[in-house]
Design a protein around this ligand. Structure first.
Ligand SMILES: NC(=O)c1ccc[n+]([C@@H]2O[C@H](COP(=O)([O-])OP(=O)(O)OC[C@H]3O[C@@H](n4cnc5c(N)ncnc54)[C@H](O)[C@@H]3O)[C@@H](O)[C@H]2O)c1
Length: 422
């Protein structure tokens, strides 16, 4: 079993640390956030992620998982050091590598000889070389091993991946990294670092494209009087297309797709290729936020000025507490620019975000509201008491940006209902 340091205790780092420890490795997970580390040392999980708490507690109890402040503290015993720090979007759309460089600088002097540093953060082509340069160590190898987990099912995805991608020019380092996934059954693709890094960006860009495509098809359905639910059902049975990621909604968001799609446009530009298809995908997504606002405005009678709007859902998708680049927040911001008075509820968000103080329950936000907007696909929204909702609202009107609710059932209760593409 290996000694692994994981640098960064966020969605990816914490999942990586807990899962590697559950596979039997000795893991030290480091973060710069002292409060986060103190909580983790007590077995408290700072994020909502199914199955993570059990794995962390098990790792702590069995002594295979430790949490420390500072990357340098985790480095001295590490045979492998996984970099799981943020790679946010820089001003020009490129990926900001400053966190990666800082982490590499911190661990460089402390790593033992023959250690392997692994980029798990999503990093542009050439980053393996950047880390090598910053480490300044001839006796340490840098390998790319991008992560494909989805928030909300991160533990499941880490332990049951569709594939494991390893990018290295050093075959033996690649084999050493592959051997860490002992007990995980998945195809392993060993390639060069540039290809591994490109696989990650291309995968995210393709998924974003699928969503923008289906949102565009939903717009066509609205225009021609088709029902997008039946259209995607009919498309999805074609094995070349598949059902996954063919759900129209309020647009894509989250901590990855927005920055990664822009970063890929930037990478391509820098390399002399103008990725107009992906530019279009981004534009369709920006338009989708506005299309949802337009539906809410129309429901409100043509203007949002002074209109009380109830919002259900703030996270970028269900089963996570992550609100980074959430379509819900974009749509709320656009509505507020038009003068709407927005009150919001989300089952996982209890803190003030973008000036919105979430309500404690879904009903109170409906009191006196003229429109209810469903912006995140939390399953529990489907089972609420809609007679009560109708009684509370000034007028029972729903814009269901996730096509989540039962349209005929709501219409029977007197709701005006608008979804996406139907
Ligand atoms: N979130 C996802 O679903 C997902 C999926 C695949 C890949 N990724 C990629 O993984 C990377 C991390 O994403 P995330 O969502 O886990 O980010 P995150 O913001 O949740 O976590 C990053 C953590 O790194 C810590 N950190 C920053 N600098 C540090 C340093 N020098 N030493 C120690 N800790 C440090 C931060 O305090 C934070 O806790 C990004 O490149 C992202 O694109 C994310």
């Amino acid at each position: 079993m290996a000694q692994i340091a994981v640098i960064g205790a966020g969605y990816v780092g914490l999942t990586t640390a807990a899962c590697f420890s559950s596979l039997g490795h000795d893991v030290v997970c480091a973060d710069i956030d002292e409060e986060r580390i103190a909580r983790l040392q007590r077995g408290e999980i700072p994020i909502v992620e199914a199955g993570l708490e059990e794995l962390v507690r098990e790792g702590l109890a069995e002594g295979r998982l430790r949490f420390v402040v500072g990357a340098a503290t985790a480095a001295p015993s590490a045979e492998f050091a996984y970099l799981c720090v943020p790679t946010p979007q820089a001003e020009d759309g490129s990926a900001d590598l400053s966190y990666i460089e800082a982490a590499a600088r911190e661990i460089g002097p402390h790593l033992p000889s023959e250690a392997v540093v692994v980029n798990k953060s999503t990093v542009p082509v050439g980053s393996t070389r950047v880390v090598e340069r910053v480490l300044g160590r001839d006796d340490v190898t840098v390998v790319s091993n991008p992560e494909f987990l989805r928030e909300g099912s991160a533990v499941h995805d880490f332990l049951n991946p569709d594939r494991i991608v390893i990018g290295s020019d050093d075959q033996s380092a690649a084999v050493r990294v592959a051997s860490l996934y002992i007990g995980v059954t998945a195809p392993i693709i060993v390639t060069d670092p540039a290809s591994a890094e490109t696989i990650k960006y291309a995968s995210n860009a393709f998924l974003a494209t699928k969503i923008s495509f289906v949102n565009a098809i939903a717009a066509v359905c609205e225009a021609v009087g088709a029902d997008v639910k039946d259209v995607v059902l009919g498309m999805g049975y074609d094995k070349r297309i598949g059902h996954e990621f063919l759900k129209p909604g309020p647009g894509w968001g989250g901590s990855c797709f927005p920055k990664d799609s822009r970063a890929l446009v930037h990478i391509a530009d820098q390399a002399g290729y103008s990725f107009d298809l992906l530019r279009g995908v981004i534009t369709v997504n920006e338009d989708q936020f506005k299309r949802v606002v337009a539906k809410i405005r129309t429901m409100a009678g043509g203007s949002l000025e002074g209109v009380p709007v109830a919002v259900w859902g703030l996270t970028f998708k269900a089963r996570t507490d992550d609100t980074r680049e959430s379509p819900a927040l974009r749509i709320i911001s656009l509505m507020r620019e038009e003068g709407a008075q927005v009150r919001a509820y989300d089952p996982a968000v209890r803190w003030t975000i973008d000036g919105i103080e979430p309500a404690a329950d879904p009903y109170s936000v409906c009191d006196g509201a003229e429109v209810l907007a469903v912006l995140t696909e939390w399953d529990e929204f489907r089972w609420l008491d809609f007679d009560k909702v109708a009684g509370l609202m000034r007028a029972p009107r729903v814009v269901d940006a996730r096509n989540l609710l039962d349209k005929p059932a709501l219409e029977r209760r007197g709701f005006a209902y608008v979804g996406i593409g139907r």
